[in-house]
Design a protein around this ligand. Structure first.
Ligand SMILES: CC(C)(COP(=O)(O)OP(=O)(O)OC[C@H]1O[C@@H](n2cnc3c(N)ncnc32)[C@H](O)[C@@H]1OP(=O)(O)O)[C@@H](O)C(=O)NCCC(=O)NCCS
Length: 233
C-alpha cells in the first residue's frame, strides 16, 4: 500500500476508535443515570440495614432516620439549616464565596435533597444530620454528601464516622461508584476527619495554578466492589 493510502487508512481507523469510545461513554452515562434514578426511587434506603438504625456509644444513644426534604417536619428542617449556619458560617466567611444564607437554604430545600438524621432516643432532640443526594457528577453515578453536621456536644464520639458509614452503605448497595463531598481546605478538623475515614482527594478536585487558587477540595471514597467488577469484565 502507498504511504498516502496507509495514512488515510490509519486516520479512518482512529475515527472509528473515537466513535466507538464516544458510544461506550454515552452508554456508560446512560447506565449511570438509570442507576441514579433507581436509587432516588427507593422509598427508604436505610431500611435494608436494621443494625445501623441505632448508635449507642460514648454516652450517646440515638436512632437514625431517613427523610426526603418533602417529608421533613418544618422544625426539623429549620434546625438543620440553623445547625449548618452555626457550624459553617465562620468557615464560609473565610472563603472567597462568603456566607450566603439564602443560597444555603435553597440548596437544602431543593426537591432532590435527602436527609439522614440522628435523633436522641431519650429526648427526641436531633443531634446531627447529613444532607445527601444520589446524582450524576462529572458523568459518574455518586452519592454526594452536601453536609455532615453534628451538634458540638456530640462530636468526637464516633457518630460522624458512623453516619458516613451509613451513607456509604446506602451508596454502594444502590450501585453508586463513589461517595463524594466538598470540604474547605481551611476546615482542618473536617479534612482530618474525612482522611481518618479513608477519604482521599478525588480526580475532580480542582488544582491550584499560578493564576487561580481554590479554597476547597473534593474528597471521595470509591465503591471497590463495583470497580473490581468493571475491571474483571
Ligand atoms: C466533622 C464531623 C462531622 C466529625 O464527626 P465526629 O463524630 O466528631 O467524628 P468521629 O468521632 O466519628 O471521628 C472519627 C475520627 O476523626 C477524628 N476527628 C473528628 N473530628 C476531628 C477534628 N475536628 N480534628 C481532628 N480529628 C478529628 C477523630 O478523632 C476520629 O479519629 P480516630 O479514628 O483516630 O479515632 C463533626 O466534627 C462536625 O459536625 N463538625 C462541624 C461540621 C463540619 O465541619 N462538617 C464537615 C464538613 S461538611
Amino acid at each position: 500500500m502507498e504511504e498516502r493510502q496507509l495514512k488515510k487508512q490509519r486516520s479512518k481507523n482512529k475515527g472509528k476508535e473515537r466513535r466507538a469510545e464516544q458510544k461506550a461513554e454515552a452508554a456508560r452515562i446512560k447506565e449511570g443515570q438509570r442507576l441514579v434514578k433507581l436509587a432516588q426511587e427507593v422509598p427508604d434506603p436505610l431500611a435494608k440495614f436494621p443494625s445501623f438504625h441505632k448508635f449507642e456509644r460514648s454516652g450517646l444513644s440515638c436512632k437514625l432516620i431517613y427523610r426526603r426534604v418533602a417529608d421533613m417536619d418544618e422544625p426539623l428542617l429549620e434546625w438543620a439549616i440553623d445547625l449548618t449556619k452555626r457550624n459553617m458560617q465562620p468557615l464560609y466567611e473565610k472563603s472567597s464565596g462568603g456566607w450566603k444564607e439564602n443560597m444555603k437554604r435553597e440548596e437544602m430545600t431543593e426537591d432532590a435533597a435527602c436527609f439522614l438524621v440522628a435523633i436522641d432516643t431519650a429526648t427526641d432532640k436531633p443531634l446531627g444530620f447529613s444532607h445527601f443526594r444520589f446524582d450524576m457528577d462529572y458523568g459518574v453515578e455518586v452519592l454526594y454528601c452536601y453536609e455532615l453536621q453534628l451538634e458540638p456536644e456530640c462530636r468526637q464520639k464516633g457518630l460522624g464516622r458512623f453516619m458516613l458509614q451509613v451513607l456509604e452503605l446506602m451508596a454502594f448497595t444502590n450501585q453508586m461508584s463513589k461517595v463524594v463531598l466538598t470540604v474547605f481546605k481551611h476546615n482542618l478538623g473536617g479534612i482530618t476527619f474525612f482522611t481518618k475515614c479513608k477519604y482521599t482527594l478525588d480526580d475532580t478536585s480542582p488544582e491550584d495554578s499560578f493564576d487561580e487558587t481554590f479554597d476547597y477540595c473534593i474528597m471521595s471514597k470509591e465503591n471497590k466492589v463495583k470497580r473490581s467488577q468493571k475491571t474483571s469484565l
